[in-house]
Design a protein around this ligand. Structure first.
Ligand code: ADP
Ligand code: 3PG
Ligand code: MG
Length: 403
């Protein structure tokens, strides 16, 4: 690793500004906001606890939602401060102003081991604009900077990137380190066979990832709506299935590339087809879609079919490294979740290193109750895809280098 890590810093007695990703999913319950998935908060605990144990004053910065540069009550981080208090068993001071006199005063009164959370950095337009004035105002609140917000590391914002110009030293936190370890280092020279499962809605969202993985994967298994675009590109009838009609050339280019790179590039051989996308809709398994059958006119592919599940299970069973990104069906509707759950179960059975590359596949694995059976589950969405793709993330690039 070429960047400083938290262990490289002398944190005792220092005010350490820590950017975390507390952009958690919430739900309105009896008039208050309940956190429905606290993974991102829990995953920041190793960094927060290390700082507390080593006598730092920890000042947490985070964004929540997309309030577009002004205060919006429902995007306040106050409920998260209360929640964090219960997790670390220590009070968490909340500053309802992000910068200025109010947080300065709270921080002046902090003792070693204390924790303060600042209000949503996105309440200020300077955050997303990466305005140096706002970045400097944040930096003024601390001595050292730690970025542990992997999920936001693909954003060049004031609290993720700009701030590093105004602090003595900036380092990555333990979550950031772990994400880089699995999504980058482990995938540089993966134990073979290396099997990749890609699903989700669009080929165009994942084109960079597909091309990057083509260099390393032994097999790539395609599912989700993305499969429809590959089918159509080869002249298979897809009924009313969701498709990116303007990406057929791109799909053909990828199929060619797979041949050239000698990657087993597998498309579903059958599907669950439904008349409507809603719970209770009539659905049935198609016969083999390739090459002549396709999806019935007026119907749409909503999940991979039985034959595809078996085919993919066999590929997964042979793997030593598995990367999965994107559900293979509309898993939000239980009747269309069979394929996605089967993939999650196949990964859970496998002895391979299993990496869930963020996004909706993480939700699916959690819903299936199989999260603790995976080697690694990313906390990122867009950030995971960009890291897998091999892009430089602004939130990592901005940190101090190792001498
Ligand atoms: P990820 O977040 O894992 O990267 P995406 O956001 O690209 O994945 O896609 C996830 C969405 O794709 C899910 O909401 C799912 O319902 C949808 N999806 C999966 N399969 C299909 C399909 N066959 N037709 C339409 N939508 C699908
Ligand atoms: C996420 O939830 O993916 C990250 O926190 C980034 O949020 P954003 O897409 O609003 O920048
Ligand atoms: Mg998604």
């Amino acid at each position: 690793m070429t960047k400083l890590t938290l262990r490289d810093l002398e944190v005792r007695g220092q005010r350490v500004l820590v950017r975390v990703d507390f952009n958690v999913s919430t739900e309105e319950r009896d008039g208050h906001l309940a956190i429905t998935d606290d993974t991102r908060i829990r995953e920041s605990l190793p960094t927060i606890n290390y700082l507390r144990e080593n006598g730092a004053k920890t000042i947490l910065m985070a964004h929540f939602g997309r309030p577009k540069g002004k205060p919006v009550e429902k995007y306040s981080l106050r409920p998260v401060a209360d929640y964090l208090h219960t997790l670390i068993n220590h009070p968490v001071a909340f500053s309802h102003e992000t910068i200025g006199k109010i947080p300065e005063e709270i921080i002046d009164h902090m003792k070693e081991g204390d924790v303060t959370l600042l209000e949503n950095v996105r309440f200020h337009p300077g955050e997303e604009a990466n305005d140096p004035v706002f970045a400097e105002a944040l930096a003024k609140l601390g001595d050292l900077y730690v970025n542990d917000a992997f999920g936001a590391a693909h954003r060049a914002h004031a609290s993720t990137a700009g701030i590093t110009k105004f602090v003595k030293q900036s380092a990555m936190g333990f979550l950031m380190e772990k994400e880089i370890q699995y999504l980058s280092h482990e995938l540089t020279k993966p134990a073979k066979p290396f099997v990749v499962i890609l699903g989700g809605s669009k080929v165009s969202d994942k084109i960079g990832v597909i091309k990057a993985l083509m260099e390393k994967a032994d097999s790539i298994l395609i599912g989700g709506a993305m499969a429809n675009t590959f089918w159509k590109a080869q002249g298979v009838r897809i009924g009313s299935s969701r498709v990116e009609a303007d990406k057929l050339d791109l799909a053909r280019e990828i199929l060619e590339l797979a041949k050239e790179k000698k990657v087993r590039f597998l498309l579903p051989v059958d599907a669950l087809e439904a008349q409507k996308i809603e719970p209770g809709a009539t659905a049935r398994n198609t016969s083999r879609v390739m090459p002549e059958h396709g999806i019935t006119d007026g119907w749409q592919a909503v999940d991979i079919g039985h034959a595809t599940i078996s085919l993919y299970e066999d590929e997964i069973a042979k793997a030593k490294t598995i990367l999965w990104n994107g559900p293979v069906g509309i898993f939000e509707i239980p009747a269309f979740a069979t394929g996605t759950i089967a993939i999650a179960e196949a990964l859970a059975r496998s002895k391979a290193t299993t990496i869930i590359g963020g996004g909706d596949s993480v939700t699916a694995v959690k819903q299936a109750g199989l999260a603790d059976k995976m080697t690694f589950i990313s906390t990122g969405g867009g950030a995971s895809l960009e890291l897998i793709e091999g892009k430089e993330l602004p939130g990592i690039a901005a940190l101090s280098g190792r001498p």
